[in-house]
Design a protein around this ligand. Structure first.
Ligand code: HEM
Length: 396
């Protein structure tokens, strides 16, 4: 083990006399995220089986990105930021408010109250911003974040702008096209920035490489922060391009920025240096992100299914892959993390099968049967994961 990795691990060990929930908030937010995902993906299963008579693409897309994916991001950030900056863990009320914001976002989407859903989603970002700022700016903080974390405020800004546009379009205060831009920001802008920003820290840790240095530790780190900020602005600009009708060049430009950010910044050009099934899943997820964007640019008529390479293969596989790593490294399962836990293998296989069924749906004569099967298999894979990790996560 290298010295920097040792130092990182010491910084990541939980402070004594603080409840497990506060020092390891992922224990609550990862299982919560799986439940939100089942609500979002289960929507297609309910419609295909005839349990519901109507469906809403908007409901599915927003619950997936605003509740499921955000719950995993919140669980990760609440755990990692205090440890990386050697600052106090999240407060009880703060944690309850974040969980409540996620529940309200999902509940409001279920009753199709989109303005309320967007207010709750925006509140989530406001809570996260103050949580992060208090740690990044505190003079008492022992360490500073890495350069790539400059992408976190850019993700939050896109989330807030996206929420405002979606809500305003729903209230007929702006043109529907503004609502479309809002959806682009929420469904892609936020998580592409989070993936590159968080990926710069988590990919080296997962792959067995030294973690990135602190911002301010060398002049080079300031230049790196500038480069990451430029990547965030480029992702935003590519979404504006797409909105303006550049339906091929917008996603292609975005794919290039994401591939450079994760390949060079996160070190994903190399295969993980350590064995372990979840490491391979995370590596695959990294590369399926630009692949999905490129596919959507090449076949604009097939845009939404092609984007599921990004959503299912990229975002959701990344969430569960990183979730597996965080869980195994915090729950004394390091040995298992070097092998092939059946729950991780089944999850990976299920997500790949679900992705294939989702892609095939639009090319078939039985669209909803394919979509229903894709949803069922995805839920099954995540259920096996939760059955294995859930009891360990929730154990006090
Ligand atoms: C395997 C399970 C899944 C199935 C069967 C599925 C199915 C669908 C369907 C049928 C649509 C609507 C297509 C249309 O507008 O005509 C859709 C849209 C969407 N899905 Fe999924 N999906 C799945 C998983 C996911 C996951 C895991 C995510 C995110 C992590 C996701 C994110 C989205 C988003 C953001 C949209 C809106 C896309 C847009 O309009 O630009 N989906 N999905």
């Amino acid at each position: 083990m290298t010295l920097p990795e040792n130092v990182e691990r010491a910084a990541l060990s939980p402070p004594a006399a603080i409840s497990r929930w506060r020092s390891e908030p992922f224990r609550l937010f990862f299982p919560l995220g799986v439940l939100f995902a089942w609500i979002g993906v289960g929507h297609w299963l309910l419609y295909t089986t005839g349990a519901t008579a109507t469906y809403s693409c908007r409901f599915h897309g927003l619950v997936q990105m605003q509740a499921f994916m955000m719950a995993f991001a919140v669980g990760f950030l609440l755990t990692a930021l205090p440890r990386r900056t050697q600052s106090p863990p999240v407060g009880r009320m703060e944690m309850a408010a974040l969980a409540a914001a996620l529940v309200v976002t999902t509940g409001a989407a279920i009753i199709e109250s989109w303005v309320l859903a967007e207010i709750a989603y925006a509140t989530l970002f406001v809570l996260l911003i103050q949580f992060a700022l208090r740690r990044f700016l505190a003079s008492t903080a022992g360490r500073r974040p890495p350069a790539a974390f400059v992408l976190l405020p850019i993700a939050a800004a896109q989330g807030l702008a996206g929420a405002a546009l979606i809500a305003a379009a729903d209230a007929n205060a702006v043109l529907p096209s503004s609502g479309h831009l809002g959806a682009l920001l929420v469904e892609q802008g936020v998580f592409l920035c989070l993936a590159v920003g968080i990926g710069s820290l988590v990919l080296p840790l997962i792959g067995g490489a030294p973690p990135p240095p602190d911002l301010g530790s060398a002049p080079r780190e300031a230049w790196k922060a500038l480069a990451y900020a430029a990547a965030g602005v480029a992702i935003f600009a590519s979404l504006l391009l797409e909105q303006l009708g550049f339906e091929r060049s917008g996603p292609l430009f975005r794919a290039m920025v994401v591939a450079i950010g994760l390949g060079f910044g996160g070190g994903a050009l190399r295969l993980p240096g350590k064995p372990g099934a979840h490491r391979k899943l995370v590596w695959l997820a990294v590369w399926l992100m630009p692949v999905g964007l490129i596919a959507s640019a090449i076949w604009p008529d097939y845009r939404v299914p092609a984007l599921h390479i990004l959503y299912i293969g990229g975002f959701s596989m990344m969430a569960f892959g990183v979730g597996s790593h965080v869980a195994m490294s915090h729950l004394n399962m390091e040995q298992l993390a070097l092998g092939r836990p059946p729950a991780v293998i089944i999850l990976g296989a299920a997500f790949v099968i679900a992705l294939c069924a989702r892609l095939a749906a639009d090319a078939s004569d039985t669209y909803f049967i394919h979509v229903g099967w894709a949803a069922a298999v995805w839920i099954l894979g995540s259920a096996v994961w939760l059955a294995f990790f859930g009891p360990k996560l929730l154990r006090s």
